[in-house]
Design a protein around this ligand. Sequence first.
Ligand SMILES: Cc1ncc(COP(=O)(O)O)c(C=O)c1O
Length: 470
Amino acid sequence: MDVPLRLSRENMRRLGYRAVDEVVDHVATLRERPVGVPPDREELELLFDPDLPDGPSDAIEVMHRAVEQVRGSIVHTDHPRFLAYIPGPSTYVGAVADFIAAGLNVFAGQWLVGSGPAVIERITIDWLRKMCGFPETGGGLFVSGGTMANLIAIHAARSRGGRVADDTNLVYITRQTHSSIRKGLRFLGFGDAQLRLVDTDEHHRMDLVSLHEQIVRDRRAGLRPCCVVATAGTTSTGAVDPLDALADLCAGDDLWLHVDGAYGAAAVLSDRVGDLLKGLDRADSIALDPHKWWYQPYEVGCVLVRDETRLIDAFAMNAEYLRETRHGTAPLNYYDLGPQLTRGFRALKVWMSIKTFGLDAFRRAVDHGIALAEHAQHLLADSDRWEVVTPAQLAIITFRPRSLDRRPGDVDALTRRIAAATLKDGFVLVTTTEIHDRPVLRLCVTNPETTPRDIEESISLLERLAHEEG
Ligand SMILES: Cc1ncc(COP(=O)(O)O)c(C=O)c1O
């Protein structure tokens, strides 16, 4: 029978096996290729065929062309020398899980059609809950990424008092808070006047005295402090706000403490971070992204709450009836815990990866990133050509060229030129961030494939570029 949109079994196999070959080839040879250089838009517009086809083409040819063109036009965030932004090292197991989830076309929003996936998601979320030290009442769900996790948490925070659209609700952040929080607040209908920018200390962490004073002022003015957003691993410097002290303050003031750990909460696995994440277990909610430092293909973020019924209160359309379901035997419908009804099976990649490699492998991989950031710090600190601006924190270090005879403005211009030159060169990608309104170079090392030699060669290259650009 000639069914439209169907491939024969044989063709499905051929296409699938070929896809596996393409991906394995990509993964196996990635280190030998440049990190990538973004092409011009004009060039790309000519590269991709814009014609809308009415008839068929050979599937393998279509796929192969797409792989070639896409692979040649992206900067590889999973490359061992992609040290910019927050890198995206991924595992093959996670990629296969995405294929399986799509191949079985799992609908992970509703118990009736996706009960097994719901149980896998519940178990996987429970692993994360335990790693973060949340109590039995805790839970959460997988979402697209940190932006969505933060948005969901803040909606849960403001729904707690049942005063969702109340414009006296206030949220406390710092200048180091990720932009996704502001974006989420705007999306949720918070006005600028509901946002409080709290000062930071010399280590770029939220200042407790300023926070406390601001809360007191706001209460006196008849406003309603609602939520403090702390960051565990700021995107700029890797700084972690004083979580334990913030938890004390929030408990005393009946405030919701959300911890944006989209990048840094992954380090709960590590013994190398000491007390840095102490107090994470006392938050009301945590954003944590497996697609950042837990080696999953995009997209998978996670929002955890210490009391899962808060999500039901915030999102379920029949909350009273559902509040008891989590610990019982009743159906578990993930559409009641978040904004999506139709949702893919993101939990599968996290589940399959942890099952396959075991948690200890994840722990060693996270430790490796922290150790390499420290290695970079030693190399930079030992050289008279660089000034370390913020030390290795989690997996991030910032620095600038040391140049005693130049004015700060000239050093800043050189800093920017060095970063831009790495983009053209393609061996390593390094970007800048701003600290006290001045640019600094920044390395973020989370890829378990990155070696000490990669770091050494990358710093040598930066020295050469500094010399050429200087
Ligand atoms: C601290 C922090 N929070 C939130 C986000 C946003 O996460 P996503 O890009 O997954 O939406 C990022 C992204 O880098 C981040 O570093």
